[in-house]
Design a protein around this ligand. Structure first.
Ligand code: MG
Ligand code: MG
Length: 246
């Protein structure tokens, strides 16, 4: 799980490509665009950077990014659906550069959103930072999940538990699992050179989810909106470095 300096250099490039792809997409996320169009823009951008989209064909996933709208939690498949004013959309992007991956999801407002959705986006993003603040050598995986869950519960948000963060490297999903819940001082110890993705998925209503008949899209059981914020980070000597920063 400890990456060499050569591997870290490639993971930095992969992460930068993912962050740059988010920056590139952001101005297009407006009412009237389809998620297929966003997928095509992201796909072509990733290829133009000398990388490949990590999600395309991953376990048979049919697109280059995941686009999850409103009550869709994660793994939404791009389609001809047109974004509407007032939607929120979570876009999950992975890129593979010379065999190493980067992974980052972000939730965006489409046009003008209501106060409930603003609240959800603001506090899910902050939950990510609460998790990140626990990343340093000697701390445990459980410290991250504890911080995310404690923050989410303080703001009465539902914490999705069936899906978790993960190690990142030659594979998009590696050991260890990084849950968005847990107990302090439990689980694997973080060490310098580990690379992990932290990715809270929080719901405005209950934590319950289910999967649609397409076998991919996860949605909230109560149809209330869900948000997803994720960074891939390197554990450094005294903290962390965000590899997928914008
Ligand atoms: Mg991930
Ligand atoms: Mg992701």
């Amino acid at each position: 799980m400890i990456k060499s300096s050569e591997e870290i250099e490639l993971l930095r490039i992969a992460g930068k490509i993912v962050g740059d792809t988010h920056n590139y997409l952001k101005p297009y996320i407006k009412p009237g665009i389809t998620t297929n169009e966003l997928n095509k823009l992201a796909h072509d951008f990733i290829i133009s950077q000398g990388a490949t989209p990590s999600f395309l064909n991953y376990d048979g996933f049919p697109a280059s990014i995941c686009t999850s709208i409103n009550e869709e939690v994660v793994h939404g498949i791009p389609s001809d659906r047109v974004l509407q004013d007032g939607d929120i959309i979570s876009i999950d992007i992975g890129a593979c550069y010379k065999g190493y991956h980067g992974d980052s999801a972000w939730s965006y407002p489409v046009g003008t959103i209501d106060e409930d959705k603003k609240y959800l986006l603001e506090h899910t993003e902050q939950a990510l930072y609460e998790g990140l603040s626990m990343v340093k050598p000697g701390n445990k995986i459980g410290d991250i999940g504890y911080a995310v869950e404690k923050y989410a519960l303080a703001y009465k948000l539902g914490v999705v538990k069936e899906l978790v963060g993960h190690g990142v490297g030659k594979h998009l999903h590696e050991t260890p699992d990084v849950p968005n819940y847990g107990n302090k001082n439990t689980g694997m110890t973080l060490r310098k050179g580990m690379v992990i993705a932290i990715e809270p998925m929080l719901n405005l209503g209950s934590a319950d989810i289910y999967i649609l008949d397409d076998d991919w899209t996860i949605i909230t059981a109560d149809d209330k909106p869900s948000a997803h914020f994720e960074h891939t980070v390197l554990v450094t000597k005294d903290g962390y470095e965000i590899l997928t920063k914008r």
